[in-house]
Design a protein around this ligand. Structure first.
Ligand code: GGG
Length: 355
């Protein structure tokens, strides 16, 4: 019997709504594939917790998470709590403490869907963004002075270490070695950001030499964003800094049908610490409580979790169930042009898992 422990953090807004559907899928996997158990504990760490306790998680929160095999996150952020609080006090400490330095974000047009670009080649629109997840522009170094005066200023440094840059690029190249197109596209902006980005480019050059079979393209982030729209079929593995990767993947979600279809894994490749799986979308307060959020990004994140656990068959069962529902096209949430609720779409995916 395989046994995994999961810390579940539903979070805020639509987070708990999509997480409910994710947990139903986990139960369906247990029931339909004897021999696997996912024991989970739900943590009520969110903005409501913050408003009561003055912090997003208990003082020993990270200590508690350390003992789990995996972490599942919904979404965080709520009106009344600044977004940087929910991100810097919950998501980022988890990513950093557990050395989840790879943020893996697939951009894949699922069967049954049409890209808003009216892109026809489903088989080709399938690449992955490898976002650096522990440093870069999300540095927490800097400060604000002269607040409330005309001389007020804010400075935020970005941090690129050789260690951090090498390890994310090595991961991206080794992933490209396993993929069909054998191509790495690196995002830069070394014409404008004249210290950290030339450093990044130099290390891209060094690591690319260790992979002579992989084609390397280095594009400025502005041009690369345009290429996401004009020639998305050319990408295979895109590697980017923390901020560039975050922006590119919202764009990537847009070309495959929206944020409801964008999963992610925060991976500690060495498996020394738990990895965390989450949809890339936020808590969407505008639709929270209406029961119409698309749960696919959350459920797809579970498929990524299965890949991380070296359970590709179970990962495929989840993806086939999602695509089966999309191909039928009957039970779809409003973002996909349907009238179904979050729960109805989740139930339909579960039904396909049992089929
Ligand atoms: N799904 C988790 C969530 O709420 N993400 C919102 C977000 O903006 N996260 C910041 C980041 O990924 O850098």
């Amino acid at each position: 019997m395989l046994h995994y422990s999961i810390a579940v953090i539903p979070g805020d807004g639509i987070g708990p709504e999509v997480m409910n559907e994710g947990l139903k899928v986990l139960r369906a996997i247990e029931e339909s594939h004897g021999g696997i158990r996912f024991a989970h504990d739900v943590m009520d760490w969110n903005c409501t917790y913050y408003l009561t306790h003055g912090r997003m998680m208990p003082e020993n929160g990270l200590e508690l998470l350390k003992d789990y095999d995996l972490i599942l996150l919904g979404a965080v952020g709520a009106p009344g709590v600044p977004d940087h609080v929910s991100v810097w006090e919950l998501i980022l400490p988890i990513r950093r403490t557990f050395q989840q330095y790879v943020n893996l974000r697939p951009v894949k047009l699922l069967r049954g869907l049409e890209s808003p670009l009216r892109y026809k080649g489903h088989a080709d629109l399938d690449f992955v963004v490898v976002r650096e997840n522990t440093e870069g522009e999300y540095s927490n170094m800097g400060g604000r002075i002269h607040q409330g005066t005309p001389y007020e200023m804010a400075v935020q440094n970005n941090v690129f270490t050789r260690y951090g840059t090498e390890r994310i690029l090595k991961y991206a190249y080794s992933l490209a070695e396993k993929r069909p197109k054998k191509r790495v596209t690196a995002a830069t902006k070394s014409n404008g950001i004249n210290h950290s980005m030339p450093f990044w480019d130099e290390i891209v050059g060094e690591i690319s030499k260790e992979h002579p079979g992989i084609e390397t393209n280095l594009y400025h982030i502005d041009a690369l964003a345009a290429y996401f729209i004009t020639r998305p079929e050319t990408f295979d593995v895109v590697v980017a800094s923390n901020l560039f990767g975050d922006i590119l993947t919202d764009l990537g979600a847009a070309i495959v049908g929206g944020l409801g279809l964008a999963p992610s894994g925060n991976i500690n490749p060495e498996r020394k610490y738990p990895s965390m799986f989450e949809p890339i979308h936020g808590s969407a307060p505008d639709i929270a409580g209406k029961g119409i959020a698309n749960p696919i990004a959350q459920i797809w994140s579970l498929s990524m979790m299965m890949d991380h656990l070296d359970l590709p068959d179970i990962s495929a069962v989840i993806m086939n169930a999602i695509e089966g529902v999309l191909l039928e096209g009957k039970v779809l949430t409003p973002d996909l042009g349907g009238k179904a609720t979050t729960r109805e779409l989740g139930d339909e995916i579960v039904r396909h898992i049992y089929q």
